[in-house]
Design a protein around this ligand. Structure first.
Ligand code: SAH
Length: 505
Protein backbone atom coordinates (compact mmCIF):
# COMPACT_ATOMS: atom_id res chain seq x y z
CA UNK A 1 0.00 0.00 0.00
CA UNK A 2 1.27 3.45 -0.86
CA UNK A 3 -0.14 6.69 0.53
CA UNK A 4 0.79 9.79 -1.41
CA UNK A 5 0.37 12.38 1.30
CA UNK A 6 0.37 16.16 1.15
CA UNK A 7 2.37 17.29 4.17
CA UNK A 8 1.19 20.89 3.93
CA UNK A 9 3.18 24.03 3.32
CA UNK A 10 5.70 24.05 6.18
CA UNK A 11 3.98 24.59 9.52
CA UNK A 12 3.77 20.94 10.64
CA UNK A 13 0.38 21.55 12.25
CA UNK A 14 -1.11 22.17 8.82
CA UNK A 15 -1.11 18.52 7.79
CA UNK A 16 -4.52 16.81 7.60
CA UNK A 17 -5.67 14.34 10.25
CA UNK A 18 -5.62 11.62 7.62
CA UNK A 19 -2.12 12.57 6.51
CA UNK A 20 -0.87 12.30 10.08
CA UNK A 21 -2.47 8.86 10.43
CA UNK A 22 -0.61 7.73 7.31
CA UNK A 23 2.70 8.84 8.87
CA UNK A 24 1.90 6.96 12.07
CA UNK A 25 1.16 3.68 10.35
CA UNK A 26 3.94 3.76 7.75
CA UNK A 27 6.73 1.17 7.64
CA UNK A 28 8.62 3.31 5.16
CA UNK A 29 8.55 7.10 4.91
CA UNK A 30 9.81 8.70 1.74
CA UNK A 31 9.96 12.47 1.97
CA UNK A 32 10.99 15.61 0.13
CA UNK A 33 12.92 18.77 0.77
CA UNK A 34 9.83 20.88 1.48
CA UNK A 35 8.42 18.46 4.08
CA UNK A 36 8.87 19.67 7.64
CA UNK A 37 10.89 16.93 9.34
CA UNK A 38 9.12 17.57 12.66
CA UNK A 39 6.29 15.54 11.15
CA UNK A 40 8.50 12.46 11.15
CA UNK A 41 8.57 12.46 14.97
CA UNK A 42 5.21 10.69 15.10
CA UNK A 43 6.37 7.79 12.94
CA UNK A 44 6.78 4.29 14.40
CA UNK A 45 10.14 3.88 16.15
CA UNK A 46 11.27 1.20 13.71
CA UNK A 47 10.07 2.95 10.56
CA UNK A 48 12.52 3.43 7.71
CA UNK A 49 13.14 7.02 6.60
CA UNK A 50 14.26 7.79 3.07
CA UNK A 51 15.03 11.35 2.05
CA UNK A 52 14.66 11.95 -1.68
CA UNK A 53 14.92 15.72 -1.39
CA UNK A 54 14.60 17.76 -4.49
CA UNK A 55 16.03 21.19 -4.08
CA UNK A 56 16.13 23.25 -7.25
CA UNK A 57 18.08 21.24 -9.79
CA UNK A 58 19.90 19.07 -7.24
CA UNK A 59 18.01 15.84 -6.81
CA UNK A 60 19.12 13.24 -4.35
CA UNK A 61 17.17 10.76 -6.42
CA UNK A 62 15.86 11.24 -9.96
CA UNK A 63 12.10 11.00 -10.42
CA UNK A 64 12.45 7.55 -12.08
CA UNK A 65 14.41 6.31 -9.11
CA UNK A 66 11.77 7.64 -6.71
CA UNK A 67 9.06 5.87 -8.71
CA UNK A 68 11.03 2.62 -8.63
CA UNK A 69 11.63 2.98 -4.91
CA UNK A 70 7.89 3.36 -4.24
CA UNK A 71 7.14 0.24 -6.26
CA UNK A 72 9.94 -1.77 -4.69
CA UNK A 73 9.05 -0.93 -1.09
CA UNK A 74 5.35 -1.58 -1.70
CA UNK A 75 6.17 -4.97 -3.27
CA UNK A 76 8.00 -5.87 -0.07
CA UNK A 77 4.56 -5.72 1.54
CA UNK A 78 5.34 -2.57 3.40
CA UNK A 79 3.06 0.34 4.13
CA UNK A 80 4.74 3.18 2.29
CA UNK A 81 3.91 6.82 3.01
CA UNK A 82 5.26 9.19 0.44
CA UNK A 83 5.26 12.70 1.91
CA UNK A 84 5.29 15.68 -0.39
CA UNK A 85 5.25 19.39 0.39
CA UNK A 86 1.89 21.14 0.07
CA UNK A 87 -0.55 19.08 -1.99
CA UNK A 88 0.75 16.03 -3.89
CA UNK A 89 -1.08 16.97 -7.08
CA UNK A 90 -0.13 20.64 -7.22
CA UNK A 91 3.18 20.90 -9.08
CA UNK A 92 4.39 17.98 -7.03
CA UNK A 93 4.62 15.22 -9.66
CA UNK A 94 2.18 13.27 -7.52
CA UNK A 95 0.21 12.43 -10.66
CA UNK A 96 3.26 10.80 -12.21
CA UNK A 97 3.98 8.74 -9.11
CA UNK A 98 0.34 7.63 -8.85
CA UNK A 99 0.33 6.48 -12.48
CA UNK A 100 3.42 4.36 -11.90
CA UNK A 101 1.67 2.73 -8.92
CA UNK A 102 -1.44 2.13 -11.04
CA UNK A 103 0.66 0.53 -13.79
CA UNK A 104 2.32 -1.76 -11.28
CA UNK A 105 -1.02 -2.78 -9.73
CA UNK A 106 -0.05 -1.34 -6.37
CA UNK A 107 -2.96 -0.10 -4.26
CA UNK A 108 -2.64 3.56 -3.41
CA UNK A 109 -4.47 6.49 -1.90
CA UNK A 110 -3.76 10.18 -2.35
CA UNK A 111 -4.23 12.47 0.65
CA UNK A 112 -4.65 16.16 -0.20
CA UNK A 113 -2.58 18.77 1.54
CA UNK A 114 -2.79 22.52 1.92
CA UNK A 115 -0.94 23.91 -1.02
CA UNK A 116 1.54 26.77 -0.79
CA UNK A 117 -0.59 29.14 -2.88
CA UNK A 118 -3.34 29.04 -0.27
CA UNK A 119 -1.44 28.74 2.99
CA UNK A 120 1.54 31.03 2.50
CA UNK A 121 -0.38 34.15 1.44
CA UNK A 122 -2.72 33.53 4.37
CA UNK A 123 0.27 33.55 6.77
CA UNK A 124 1.42 36.75 5.04
CA UNK A 125 -1.94 38.44 5.62
CA UNK A 126 -3.31 37.92 2.09
CA UNK A 127 -6.65 36.20 1.36
CA UNK A 128 -6.41 34.77 -2.14
CA UNK A 129 -9.97 35.80 -2.97
CA UNK A 130 -12.10 38.62 -1.61
CA UNK A 131 -15.40 39.86 -3.04
CA UNK A 132 -14.21 43.44 -3.29
CA UNK A 133 -11.07 42.57 -5.23
CA UNK A 134 -11.28 39.38 -7.24
CA UNK A 135 -13.42 36.37 -8.00
CA UNK A 136 -10.74 34.29 -9.69
CA UNK A 137 -7.53 32.70 -8.54
CA UNK A 138 -4.96 30.87 -10.67
CA UNK A 139 -2.10 28.52 -9.81
CA UNK A 140 0.72 28.76 -12.30
CA UNK A 141 4.16 27.27 -12.59
CA UNK A 142 6.84 29.90 -12.81
CA UNK A 143 9.34 27.33 -13.94
CA UNK A 144 8.22 25.57 -17.05
CA UNK A 145 9.83 22.30 -17.98
CA UNK A 146 13.04 23.48 -19.70
CA UNK A 147 12.67 20.79 -22.39
CA UNK A 148 9.40 22.25 -23.65
CA UNK A 149 9.67 23.98 -27.02
CA UNK A 150 7.11 26.65 -26.44
CA UNK A 151 5.34 28.12 -23.44
CA UNK A 152 2.19 26.33 -22.39
CA UNK A 153 1.16 29.42 -20.45
CA UNK A 154 -1.10 31.69 -22.46
CA UNK A 155 0.15 34.97 -21.02
CA UNK A 156 -2.37 37.04 -22.97
CA UNK A 157 -5.21 35.25 -21.18
CA UNK A 158 -3.91 34.91 -17.66
CA UNK A 159 -2.51 38.44 -17.45
CA UNK A 160 -5.92 40.05 -17.44
CA UNK A 161 -8.28 37.05 -17.23
CA UNK A 162 -7.54 36.01 -13.66
CA UNK A 163 -7.58 38.22 -10.56
CA UNK A 164 -5.13 36.60 -8.16
CA UNK A 165 -2.17 34.75 -9.66
CA UNK A 166 0.12 32.47 -7.67
CA UNK A 167 3.43 31.51 -9.29
CA UNK A 168 5.19 28.47 -7.91
CA UNK A 169 8.93 27.96 -8.45
CA UNK A 170 9.14 31.36 -10.08
CA UNK A 171 11.93 33.16 -8.27
CA UNK A 172 14.59 32.78 -10.94
CA UNK A 173 12.04 33.70 -13.59
CA UNK A 174 10.59 36.69 -11.75
CA UNK A 175 11.89 39.26 -14.29
CA UNK A 176 10.37 37.20 -17.12
CA UNK A 177 7.03 36.70 -15.32
CA UNK A 178 6.53 40.38 -14.45
CA UNK A 179 7.57 41.41 -17.96
CA UNK A 180 5.08 39.02 -19.58
CA UNK A 181 2.22 40.16 -17.32
CA UNK A 182 2.84 43.87 -18.02
CA UNK A 183 3.36 43.22 -21.71
CA UNK A 184 0.02 41.44 -21.91
CA UNK A 185 -1.99 44.18 -20.25
CA UNK A 186 -1.72 43.90 -16.47
CA UNK A 187 -1.10 47.25 -14.84
CA UNK A 188 2.48 47.76 -13.73
CA UNK A 189 1.07 49.06 -10.42
CA UNK A 190 -0.55 45.71 -9.55
CA UNK A 191 0.54 44.73 -6.02
CA UNK A 192 2.83 41.69 -5.72
CA UNK A 193 4.05 39.73 -2.72
CA UNK A 194 6.93 37.25 -2.68
CA UNK A 195 6.83 34.88 0.29
CA UNK A 196 9.73 32.64 1.22
CA UNK A 197 9.45 29.65 3.58
CA UNK A 198 5.84 30.63 4.21
CA UNK A 199 4.00 29.35 7.32
CA UNK A 200 7.28 28.65 9.11
CA UNK A 201 9.06 30.79 11.68
CA UNK A 202 11.56 31.73 8.96
CA UNK A 203 8.86 33.21 6.75
CA UNK A 204 9.94 36.31 4.86
CA UNK A 205 7.61 38.47 2.80
CA UNK A 206 8.53 41.20 0.37
CA UNK A 207 5.85 43.42 -1.16
CA UNK A 208 6.04 45.61 -4.25
CA UNK A 209 4.34 46.04 -7.61
CA UNK A 210 4.82 44.36 -10.96
CA UNK A 211 7.21 47.18 -11.73
CA UNK A 212 9.24 47.15 -8.52
CA UNK A 213 9.15 43.59 -7.19
CA UNK A 214 12.17 42.26 -9.11
CA UNK A 215 14.38 44.85 -7.48
CA UNK A 216 12.78 44.52 -4.06
CA UNK A 217 12.92 40.73 -3.98
CA UNK A 218 16.43 40.44 -5.39
CA UNK A 219 17.74 38.79 -2.19
CA UNK A 220 14.95 36.23 -1.95
CA UNK A 221 15.97 32.69 -2.80
CA UNK A 222 13.74 29.63 -3.28
CA UNK A 223 11.51 28.22 -2.00
CA UNK A 224 9.25 31.19 -2.49
CA UNK A 225 5.89 31.84 -4.04
CA UNK A 226 4.82 34.98 -5.88
CA UNK A 227 1.29 36.34 -5.41
CA UNK A 228 0.04 38.93 -7.91
CA UNK A 229 -3.22 40.85 -7.43
CA UNK A 230 -5.11 43.55 -5.57
CA UNK A 231 -5.71 41.23 -2.57
CA UNK A 232 -2.07 41.77 -1.57
CA UNK A 233 -3.16 45.17 -0.20
CA UNK A 234 -5.18 43.46 2.54
CA UNK A 235 -1.90 42.49 4.17
CA UNK A 236 -1.90 45.87 5.89
CA UNK A 237 -4.90 44.74 7.94
CA UNK A 238 -4.71 40.96 8.00
CA UNK A 239 -1.09 40.20 8.82
CA UNK A 240 -1.83 38.08 11.88
CA UNK A 241 1.22 35.80 11.74
CA UNK A 242 4.21 38.06 11.19
CA UNK A 243 2.93 40.37 13.92
CA UNK A 244 3.10 37.73 16.65
CA UNK A 245 5.31 38.95 19.50
CA UNK A 246 8.09 36.41 18.98
CA UNK A 247 7.86 36.15 15.19
CA UNK A 248 11.34 36.18 13.69
CA UNK A 249 12.95 35.23 17.01
CA UNK A 250 14.83 31.99 17.56
CA UNK A 251 14.76 30.36 20.98
CA UNK A 252 16.97 27.46 22.08
CA UNK A 253 15.38 24.98 24.49
CA UNK A 254 17.96 23.04 26.50
CA UNK A 255 15.77 20.77 28.60
CA UNK A 256 15.40 17.06 27.94
CA UNK A 257 13.73 15.94 24.73
CA UNK A 258 10.81 14.44 26.67
CA UNK A 259 10.11 17.75 28.38
CA UNK A 260 10.81 20.12 25.53
CA UNK A 261 7.52 19.92 23.71
CA UNK A 262 5.30 21.70 26.24
CA UNK A 263 7.75 24.60 26.28
CA UNK A 264 8.21 24.56 22.51
CA UNK A 265 4.43 24.60 21.98
CA UNK A 266 4.03 27.76 24.04
CA UNK A 267 6.85 29.49 22.18
CA UNK A 268 5.27 28.42 18.88
CA UNK A 269 2.00 30.07 19.93
CA UNK A 270 3.87 33.37 20.04
CA UNK A 271 5.45 32.82 16.64
CA UNK A 272 8.98 31.90 17.74
CA UNK A 273 11.24 29.49 15.96
CA UNK A 274 12.34 26.84 18.43
CA UNK A 275 15.59 24.92 18.27
CA UNK A 276 15.59 21.92 20.54
CA UNK A 277 19.07 21.42 21.95
CA UNK A 278 18.61 18.88 24.73
CA UNK A 279 21.45 18.99 27.24
CA UNK A 280 20.08 16.39 29.61
CA UNK A 281 18.63 12.95 29.35
CA UNK A 282 16.61 11.26 32.04
CA UNK A 283 17.90 7.79 32.95
CA UNK A 284 17.29 5.09 35.54
CA UNK A 285 19.33 5.48 38.74
CA UNK A 286 22.56 3.48 39.09
CA UNK A 287 20.95 1.51 41.85
CA UNK A 288 17.21 1.18 42.21
CA UNK A 289 17.33 -0.56 45.60
CA UNK A 290 16.75 2.48 47.85
CA UNK A 291 13.67 3.44 45.81
CA UNK A 292 12.44 -0.15 45.83
CA UNK A 293 12.90 -0.37 49.60
CA UNK A 294 10.99 2.87 50.07
CA UNK A 295 8.14 1.67 47.86
CA UNK A 296 7.99 -1.70 49.61
CA UNK A 297 7.64 0.11 52.94
CA UNK A 298 5.55 2.92 51.58
CA UNK A 299 3.15 2.82 54.50
CA UNK A 300 5.86 3.94 56.85
CA UNK A 301 5.70 7.42 55.24
CA UNK A 302 3.41 10.33 56.06
CA UNK A 303 4.39 12.52 53.10
CA UNK A 304 5.56 12.05 49.55
CA UNK A 305 7.33 15.19 48.38
CA UNK A 306 8.01 15.69 44.68
CA UNK A 307 10.27 18.38 43.31
CA UNK A 308 9.99 17.55 39.61
CA UNK A 309 7.72 15.78 37.18
CA UNK A 310 10.57 13.38 36.41
CA UNK A 311 10.51 12.35 40.07
CA UNK A 312 6.76 11.75 39.80
CA UNK A 313 6.97 9.65 36.66
CA UNK A 314 9.97 7.62 37.84
CA UNK A 315 8.28 6.91 41.15
CA UNK A 316 4.99 5.78 39.65
CA UNK A 317 6.67 3.74 36.94
CA UNK A 318 8.57 1.81 39.60
CA UNK A 319 5.47 1.51 41.82
CA UNK A 320 3.66 -0.24 38.96
CA UNK A 321 6.69 -2.34 38.06
CA UNK A 322 6.73 -3.63 41.64
CA UNK A 323 3.15 -4.81 41.21
CA UNK A 324 1.59 -2.03 43.27
CA UNK A 325 -0.76 0.80 42.34
CA UNK A 326 -2.25 3.95 43.80
CA UNK A 327 -4.36 1.99 46.30
CA UNK A 328 -1.11 1.27 48.11
CA UNK A 329 -0.65 5.01 48.64
CA UNK A 330 -3.82 5.49 50.64
CA UNK A 331 -3.42 7.82 53.59
CA UNK A 332 -0.12 9.30 52.44
CA UNK A 333 -0.08 13.03 51.80
CA UNK A 334 1.37 14.57 48.65
CA UNK A 335 3.40 17.69 48.19
CA UNK A 336 4.40 19.14 44.78
CA UNK A 337 6.92 21.91 44.29
CA UNK A 338 4.99 23.63 41.49
CA UNK A 339 2.07 23.42 39.08
CA UNK A 340 3.72 21.13 36.51
CA UNK A 341 4.66 18.62 39.20
CA UNK A 342 1.17 18.90 40.66
CA UNK A 343 -0.33 18.21 37.24
CA UNK A 344 2.01 15.22 36.90
CA UNK A 345 0.64 13.79 40.17
CA UNK A 346 -2.94 14.52 39.18
CA UNK A 347 -2.46 12.42 36.06
CA UNK A 348 -2.26 9.44 38.41
CA UNK A 349 -5.61 10.55 39.88
CA UNK A 350 -4.12 11.82 43.09
CA UNK A 351 -4.88 15.17 44.68
CA UNK A 352 -2.01 17.24 46.02
CA UNK A 353 -2.22 18.31 49.67
CA UNK A 354 0.46 20.95 49.63
CA UNK A 355 1.85 23.22 46.95
CA UNK A 356 3.91 26.27 47.84
CA UNK A 357 3.25 29.68 46.28
CA UNK A 358 6.87 29.97 45.13
CA UNK A 359 8.28 27.04 43.28
CA UNK A 360 11.57 26.54 45.12
CA UNK A 361 12.65 24.20 47.93
CA UNK A 362 12.71 27.04 50.48
CA UNK A 363 9.05 27.68 49.84
CA UNK A 364 8.23 23.96 50.11
CA UNK A 365 9.51 23.91 53.69
CA UNK A 366 7.53 27.04 54.59
CA UNK A 367 4.34 25.67 53.14
CA UNK A 368 4.76 22.23 54.74
CA UNK A 369 5.16 23.94 58.10
CA UNK A 370 1.79 25.56 57.56
CA UNK A 371 -0.11 22.39 56.72
CA UNK A 372 1.50 19.87 59.06
CA UNK A 373 3.62 19.39 62.15
CA UNK A 374 6.97 18.36 60.73
CA UNK A 375 8.43 16.97 63.91
CA UNK A 376 8.19 13.19 63.98
CA UNK A 377 6.73 12.89 60.44
CA UNK A 378 8.34 10.69 57.80
CA UNK A 379 8.98 12.21 54.39
CA UNK A 380 9.88 10.36 51.21
CA UNK A 381 11.62 12.45 48.56
CA UNK A 382 12.01 10.57 45.26
CA UNK A 383 14.41 12.87 43.44
CA UNK A 384 17.29 13.24 41.02
CA UNK A 385 20.77 12.01 41.87
CA UNK A 386 22.04 15.58 41.91
CA UNK A 387 19.18 17.25 43.76
CA UNK A 388 20.03 20.00 46.26
CA UNK A 389 20.44 18.96 49.89
CA UNK A 390 18.52 21.97 51.23
CA UNK A 391 15.09 20.35 51.45
CA UNK A 392 16.03 17.14 53.34
CA UNK A 393 18.37 19.06 55.64
CA UNK A 394 15.77 21.64 56.58
CA UNK A 395 13.08 19.03 57.16
CA UNK A 396 15.44 17.12 59.43
CA UNK A 397 16.37 20.26 61.34
CA UNK A 398 12.68 20.67 62.06
CA UNK A 399 12.52 17.13 63.44
CA UNK A 400 11.25 15.34 60.34
CA UNK A 401 12.57 11.95 59.25
CA UNK A 402 13.61 12.07 55.61
CA UNK A 403 14.32 9.37 53.04
CA UNK A 404 15.99 11.14 50.13
CA UNK A 405 16.05 8.42 47.45
CA UNK A 406 17.33 8.60 43.92
CA UNK A 407 14.41 7.95 41.57
CA UNK A 408 16.15 8.99 38.37
CA UNK A 409 19.39 10.46 37.24
CA UNK A 410 20.12 13.10 34.70
CA UNK A 411 22.92 12.41 32.28
CA UNK A 412 24.43 14.70 29.72
CA UNK A 413 22.78 14.37 26.33
CA UNK A 414 24.86 13.64 23.28
CA UNK A 415 25.43 17.06 21.73
CA UNK A 416 23.49 17.64 18.54
CA UNK A 417 25.70 18.79 15.74
CA UNK A 418 23.98 22.03 14.84
CA UNK A 419 26.92 24.46 15.10
CA UNK A 420 25.17 26.33 17.87
CA UNK A 421 28.21 28.43 18.74
CA UNK A 422 28.55 29.62 15.14
CA UNK A 423 24.86 30.38 14.96
CA UNK A 424 25.09 32.46 18.16
CA UNK A 425 28.14 34.32 16.86
CA UNK A 426 26.30 35.13 13.63
CA UNK A 427 23.34 36.53 15.53
CA UNK A 428 20.98 33.75 14.40
CA UNK A 429 19.87 32.93 17.96
CA UNK A 430 17.95 35.39 20.11
CA UNK A 431 17.37 33.48 23.34
CA UNK A 432 18.90 30.50 25.13
CA UNK A 433 16.75 29.13 27.93
CA UNK A 434 17.85 27.35 31.09
CA UNK A 435 15.23 25.44 33.04
CA UNK A 436 17.44 23.87 35.73
CA UNK A 437 20.98 24.02 37.03
CA UNK A 438 21.82 20.82 35.19
CA UNK A 439 20.80 22.33 31.86
CA UNK A 440 23.31 25.11 32.57
CA UNK A 441 26.15 22.80 33.59
CA UNK A 442 25.66 20.45 30.67
CA UNK A 443 25.35 23.33 28.24
CA UNK A 444 28.79 24.49 29.36
CA UNK A 445 30.17 20.98 28.88
CA UNK A 446 28.71 20.70 25.41
CA UNK A 447 29.67 24.07 23.97
CA UNK A 448 32.95 24.41 25.88
CA UNK A 449 33.87 26.60 28.83
CA UNK A 450 36.13 28.82 26.76
CA UNK A 451 33.19 29.93 24.62
CA UNK A 452 30.96 31.26 27.39
CA UNK A 453 32.50 34.70 27.95
CA UNK A 454 32.67 35.48 24.23
CA UNK A 455 28.97 34.71 23.75
CA UNK A 456 27.68 37.11 26.42
CA UNK A 457 26.00 39.99 24.65
CA UNK A 458 25.51 38.01 21.43
CA UNK A 459 22.46 36.23 22.74
CA UNK A 460 20.06 36.68 25.66
CA UNK A 461 20.10 34.01 28.37
CA UNK A 462 16.82 33.33 30.14
CA UNK A 463 16.49 31.49 33.44
CA UNK A 464 13.50 29.81 35.06
CA UNK A 465 14.34 30.61 38.68
CA UNK A 466 16.87 31.87 41.23
CA UNK A 467 18.82 28.63 41.70
CA UNK A 468 19.28 28.19 37.96
CA UNK A 469 20.26 31.85 37.66
CA UNK A 470 22.82 31.47 40.44
CA UNK A 471 24.39 28.41 38.81
CA UNK A 472 24.51 30.19 35.47
CA UNK A 473 26.06 33.35 36.86
CA UNK A 474 28.69 31.36 38.74
CA UNK A 475 29.62 29.74 35.45
CA UNK A 476 30.00 33.08 33.67
CA UNK A 477 26.65 33.61 31.95
CA UNK A 478 25.02 37.00 32.04
CA UNK A 479 21.37 36.20 32.69
CA UNK A 480 19.26 39.05 31.32
CA UNK A 481 15.84 37.41 31.51
CA UNK A 482 14.54 36.00 34.78
CA UNK A 483 11.14 34.39 35.18
CA UNK A 484 9.02 36.06 37.86
CA UNK A 485 7.04 32.88 38.36
CA UNK A 486 9.36 29.87 38.37
CA UNK A 487 7.50 27.83 35.78
CA UNK A 488 7.63 27.34 32.02
CA UNK A 489 4.73 29.78 31.43
CA UNK A 490 6.58 32.20 33.73
CA UNK A 491 9.70 31.85 31.62
CA UNK A 492 7.74 32.33 28.40
CA UNK A 493 6.22 35.51 29.87
CA UNK A 494 9.63 36.87 30.80
CA UNK A 495 10.87 36.29 27.25
CA UNK A 496 7.77 37.99 25.86
CA UNK A 497 8.21 41.01 28.11
CA UNK A 498 11.83 41.38 27.11
CA UNK A 499 10.93 41.44 23.42
CA UNK A 500 8.13 43.98 23.64
CA UNK A 501 9.71 47.39 23.10
CA UNK A 502 9.26 49.54 26.22
CA UNK A 503 7.93 53.03 25.74
CA UNK A 504 9.78 55.84 27.51
CA UNK A 505 6.70 57.46 28.98
N1 SAH B 1 3.20 20.51 -4.02
C1 SAH B 1 3.65 21.78 -3.49
C2 SAH B 1 4.38 22.60 -4.54
C3 SAH B 1 5.67 21.98 -5.00
S1 SAH B 1 6.51 22.97 -6.13
C4 SAH B 1 2.44 22.55 -2.96
O1 SAH B 1 1.31 22.13 -3.17
O2 SAH B 1 2.64 23.57 -2.30
C5 SAH B 1 7.63 23.82 -5.08
C6 SAH B 1 7.28 25.28 -5.00
O3 SAH B 1 6.19 25.47 -4.11
C7 SAH B 1 8.36 26.16 -4.44
O4 SAH B 1 9.30 26.50 -5.42
C8 SAH B 1 7.57 27.36 -4.00
O5 SAH B 1 7.22 28.17 -5.09
C9 SAH B 1 6.30 26.72 -3.49
N2 SAH B 1 6.34 26.50 -2.06
C10 SAH B 1 6.16 25.33 -1.41
N3 SAH B 1 6.23 25.51 -0.07
C11 SAH B 1 6.44 26.83 0.12
C12 SAH B 1 6.59 27.66 1.27
N4 SAH B 1 6.54 27.14 2.49
N5 SAH B 1 6.78 28.97 1.09
C13 SAH B 1 6.83 29.50 -0.13
N6 SAH B 1 6.71 28.78 -1.25
C14 SAH B 1 6.51 27.46 -1.13
Amino acid sequence: MVYLVGAGPGDPRLITVKGLECIKKADVLIYDYLVNVDLLKVAKPNAEFIYVGKQGGAHTLEQDEINNLLVKKAQEDKIVTRLKGGDPYVFGRGGEEAIVLYENHIPFEVVPGITAAIATPNYAGIPVTHRDFTSTFGLITGHEDPTKDESSIDWSKISTGIGTLAFYMGIKNLPYITEQLIKHGRSKDTPVAVIRWGTTAQQKTVVGTLETIVQKARDIRPPAITIVGEVVKLRNQLNWFETKPLFGKTVVVTRSREQASEFADQLYEYGARVIEFPTIEIAKPDTIQPLDDAITNIHAYDWLVFTSINGVDSFFQRLLELGKDIRDLKGIKFCAIGPATEEGIRRYHIKVDCRPPKFVAESVVEELKKVTVIKGKKFLLPRADIARSFLPEELEKLGGKVADVVAYKTVMAQPKDINLVDKIKHGEINFITFTSSSTVRNFVQIIGEKNIASLNGKVQYASIGPITTQTAEELGFRITIKAKEYTIPGLVNAILESSIPHSDS
